[in-house]
Every structure is written in structure tokens, then in C-alpha cells.
Design a protein around this ligand. Sequence first.
Ligand code: DGT
Ligand code: CA
Ligand code: ZN
Length: 581
Amino acid sequence: MDKPEVVRTLREIATLLELQEENPFKARAYESAARSIEGAPGDLEALVASGDLYKIKGIGEGIGKKVAELVQTGRLGYYEDLRANVPIELLGLLRIPGFGPKKARAAWQTLGIDEIDELEQAARDGRLAKLPGFGEKTAQNILEGIEFVRSHGDRHLYSEAWAAAAPIVDALRELKAVQRIKVGGSLRRRRETIKDIDIVVSTGKPRTVMDRFVALGGIERVVAHGETKSSVTLAGGINCDLRCVSDAQYPFALHYFTGSKDHNVAMRRRAQGMGLKMNEYGLFPDGAESSLECADEQAVFAALQLPWIPPELREDTGEIEAAANGELPALIETGDIRGMIHFHTTESDGVCALEDMAREAERLGYAYAGVCDHSQSAAYARGLKPDQVLRQREEIEKVQKKFKKLRLLHGIESDILAEGALDYPESILKTLDFVVISIHSRFGMPKADMTKRMIAAIENPYATILGHPTGRLLLQRDPYELDMDAVLEAAGRARVALEINAHPMRLDLDWRECRKAKALGCRFAICPDAHNTEGIADVPYGVGVARKGWLTREDVLNCLTAEEFVQWKRVEAKPKKRTRK
Ligand code: DGT
Ligand code: CA
Ligand code: ZN
């Protein structure tokens, strides 16, 4: 088992303990072990082999042995026992906002509640409110949480759907019977959430492929098993559809099952206008029995006199017209990003040291990295006091000496206070290379006040990037109430770039806002908001958002060089000289 998996298992143990144990310290010990291991540099397997595992803070005899067992065997009896004692539906209830393990334990152990309908019933009939530590308000919040989960509940994060789909595609690709294979659907279009995974295969032996598919590991239930379509539920609860077609049909099927539905409808209309009938099996000239031949998806578009349209754009928001006019944007790619901006270190709530984060950024090929810890008001995240900010500057200079290629930049993630002020005096702000401004408190402000607060912060001359602009957490928390148009307009005017926060639970700014923002003169920064070295690898999720938002590398600040990045606001903010005659 690798490090992220071990960390995930330790966290799950902490949750399972919280659900079952009186003693809160036990759960906390696992949580803190997870955190230490997450922050420990180097290969976990090597740490176990050398015994250095036990030198990590928070890893004693008991937990250390369990970690070693996980790493070496990939299994842990202790964990499996804990899991067996908890109904699987109860774990599912933890997805309800406002219903954490402590509350779940109380509801489960005193009222026997382990599934959503019972929980709703108990919240409605007053039983829940009577539990110690609950009350009317809590019961009401839980009802709202249930409603939220019901309306979003059958969807999954892109990152999770992708992690589930990749091994399936890899396993099927091994088969000789598989000629071509690709993931389609919302996953190929890089939507932020996914209902189900669609895979398209071309083969002369559909039965062989389908038999293998339904027998793959990690499948909980086979919903359908046919020759053209099979459908399974994976262990994580996500559904996966596999479609088999002939190799000649494949380009049409891939296009069709990539969607979106609205894009398909618009394409079919264009085909009709050209005397062609379009469906998942081909492109048929009026009255003809057989389809035009198209070798690949490119050829399908070409048959409709269009250049290939990247899947991210296929949402029927003008992509066909743009393609017809030769006006498709040259979408940004991950390799265009030069700066890894916005990461946290052990100074605030990150789990890795500055040097380890920098090392990983360098290894991934970045030219510069911008540290961005929390500011002083963020007490929950151990935000930096002014003197700590100044000391961090010295630390950066010290660490910088160890790097030849990578340049370190000093930023901060400044809380936006209730009235829109930033969290440090000017004397501190002016020492920084960049300032990300974010809202981390008082999410529930009325729309007008929230908008005013945000715009006031944007207009602070030291603000450079507006962090996670809507504050949403996918499938968990809606955006705050905000006049988004007014905020975008202010950001464009004040030259504050909009963050595209690449954390898979955020993906915030939403791709739907990007084009409007661009039209209002905004630029963007694609940031991992990494709290550990693994988090840096989230950047491509943010690139997916930018691509869906039609952005090019010119739109994105951290595609500039370090020097240009730092100077961007200062240089451009200077009043333009007018030439007088
Ligand atoms: P989701 O909800 O995240 O699974 O989103 P999609 O886009 O993957 O939707 P899904 O799985 O229902 O269908 C996969 C693709 O199949 C969809 O993107 C386009 C195509 N498709 C599905 N139903 C229709 C339809 O009624 N008409 C057309 N033209 N295409 C459809
Ligand atoms: Ca789908
Ligand atoms: Zn952050």
C-alpha cells in the first residue's frame, strides 16, 4: 500500500473509532498519525524497512506496527474488524453536512439510526433534537443537510470518478480483443462532478470484453451484462457503463457517448442541414444504408466541415459556431504552467515543510513556487502573526540557497475580514511578493454585505489573487450568496486575478464563470492550494476547469515567468502614458 492509501486508511480508522469508542483520544491519535505520515518526506516503504518510521512524531509502537502491516501486506485485520462493526449506510450518513462522527454515534447508539430515511424521520419527529448536544437548531440543520445530499447525492467528484475509471481502462486495454478504448461522458468532458462513468470500446469480440469487464475486481454489483452494453456498480458506489462497438463505428460512438447531450443535439442539427443523419453508429447520407467512413473523431468533425473540438468545450455553449468560424481557443495545457502558486507549510496548517514542498515543485518541473500560508485571523489554521511573516521571509531566503533552478516566492493567504479589510497592516503586506485574499469566516452574510466585503478587499492595492472566489465545496457546501457579476467586474478593474483553486473538492472559480470574467478583463491563477506534497499534483484539475472555461495560457498569470508574475500588478497598474500631439 502506498503513502496516500495508508493515510486514507488511518483517517478512516479515526472515523470508525469515533463512531464506536467512548474515548476520543484514540481516534485523535490515528488522525495525528495520518497527518505526520502525510508530512513525512520520503518513501514510506523505506521508512518501514529502516525502522525510521518510529522516529516520526506521533508514531508509537501500536500504530507503527499497524502502518507496517498496511505497507507490507496491503491489509490490516484491526481495520477490517472496525469496519465490520459499522453498518455501511452509517458511513454514508457522514456525507450529510452538519452530521459528523460524534453526532452519528449518538444517533446510532441511542436511537439505532443507521440510514438516511430513519435519520430524517427522527429529525422531523423531535427525537433527534432531544439527544444531548443536539437541539432544535441542529435537527433543522441536519434536515437541510439531508436535502442537500439528496439533491447532489448521486454524483461523485471528478477526481474520484477518474481514480475509479483508470484501472478499469488499464485492465481492459490489456485484452487482445480490445482494439480501441476511451473514457467518454462527463468524465472526458472534465465536469466537476460525475454521475456515472462511460467507457467506449471497439472490438470484434464483444462477448470476451464484456465477460472480462463484469469479472473485474472492485465491482460490487453487475447491473446489466450484454454484448453491446454492460453496466456495473463499483465498490465506491459509482456506476460504470461499458459499450462495445465495431472499429468502424467507434469514432461515432465515442463522439456520441462523450456528449454532452446538448452538444450532440446541435451536431445532429448541423448534420441534418448538410443532408446527413447522425447517430451513435455513424453518419448517413439521406436515404443511404451505410455510414460515411471516418477513421477517428477528427474525421467525424471534418465530415461536418469542422475542426476537432476538445471534449471540455462540448457543452453547447457556442463551440460549434466557434469551430466553424475558426475561432476555437488554443486551450491552456498543464505544461504551460510555470509557477506552483498557493501552498501551505507547517508554519500554518500544511503538513510538509517549505523545503519539501519546494523540492516536489522542482521535481514536477515548476520554475517557481509561491508559499502562501494562512494569515493571523485564521486561528483554526494557526495563521501567521506579523513577526512570523517576517521570519518566514528569512526562512525562504535560507531555503532558496539550496535550489538552483526553482525560485521561491513569498505570499500569504490573507483572510478577508468582515468589513473587507485584509489581515495585516501595510508594513507587512508590502514585504510580500503576492497576496491571495480569501474568505474563511462568516459565510452566511447577506448577499449585499458579502458583495461589498469582497469588493472592498479586491480594491486593496496589495491584493493580487482572489482565493476560491465562490467558497463552494463540491457536494457539500453551496457558494456564498454573492453578486458574482459585480465581483468579477471589480476584479477586472482592480487587476486582481481570480483563483482557479484546483483542489478537487473546490474547483472554484467555476468553469461557467470564466468566459464572462475574461470578457470583463479578468485574469486567472491556477493554484493547487496544496497542504502536502501530494496536493501539488492537483494542478491538472484546475487546468481542466480553465479549459472548460475556454482559457488560453495568456489568460493565466502563473504561466508567466516568476519576474513577470511578481511585476504583473505593479507594471500594469501604472497609468498608461498618453501620446499627445
Ligand atoms: P453524467 O450525468 O455526469 O453521467 O453526464 P454524461 O454527460 O456522462 O451523461 P450520461 O452518462 O447520461 O450519457 C453519456 C453521453 O451519452 C452523454 O454525454 C451524451 C449521450 N447521451 C445520453 N443520452 C442522450 C440523449 O438522449 N440524446 C443524445 N443526443 N445523446 C445522449
Ligand atoms: Ca456519464
Ligand atoms: Zn489555501
